[in-house]
Design a binder for this molecule. Sequence first.
Ligand code: SF4
Length: 231
Amino acid sequence: MADNPEEIKEDLRAYLEYLQSAGIEALPRREHSEDEGISPPQAASPNVQTLEMIQKELAGCKRCKLHRSRRTIVFGEGNPKATLMFIGEGPGYDEDVQGRPFVGAAGQLLTKIIESIKLRREEVYIANIVKCRPPGNRNPQPDEVKACLPFLFKQIEAIGPQIICALGTVSAQALLDTRATISSLRGKVFDFRGIRLLPTFHPAYLLRNPDGKKAVWEDMKQIRAWLNELL
Ligand code: SF4
């Protein structure tokens, strides 16, 4: 490992060139930390849990106050070895009732978005930042995100996607550890633990603001191009 400033600079330059060649144009910035370094791609840990193990660990979870009003824990669903993951904010009414992510009106739009890039819903993995419905569909609060996020990170580790699409402000902010708005983040490519992460608008936002669909279509075309390179 390099230990003099020139070698460190050279290593950093080589790593940035590698990211650029992979199409990554921007890196997440930590707003509350001195540590603004680049997270290098992480090798799979020998202690990676399977999705079944993680789900079992979450059974009856009361790690945050959202357990009080939920009907079901919405774990996530899809291809357990998906190349592409979509990560939303949290379950809504329909998701809470059915125990499945993105099954309401916004979910139907997400399915169409997935199909627009010639994929089937079953081919990707869909999850949320929090797994229990926030009352009245409010945004998850920081303590709730903090309690639930480690389980999403374990899911990401188990699945091993090469691309993550963060849907909406809550998802992008939690994954990138930032307070930047989705409007300023969308369409940019970030490095999340060696995985390309592209934030875009949440389908629920698109239902209220159809003008945003053009931007999401641009993002989906970018994802399709990456998939074409990878598959
Ligand atoms: Fe547990 Fe996550 Fe539900 Fe909170 S949101 S109770 S941490 S599963």
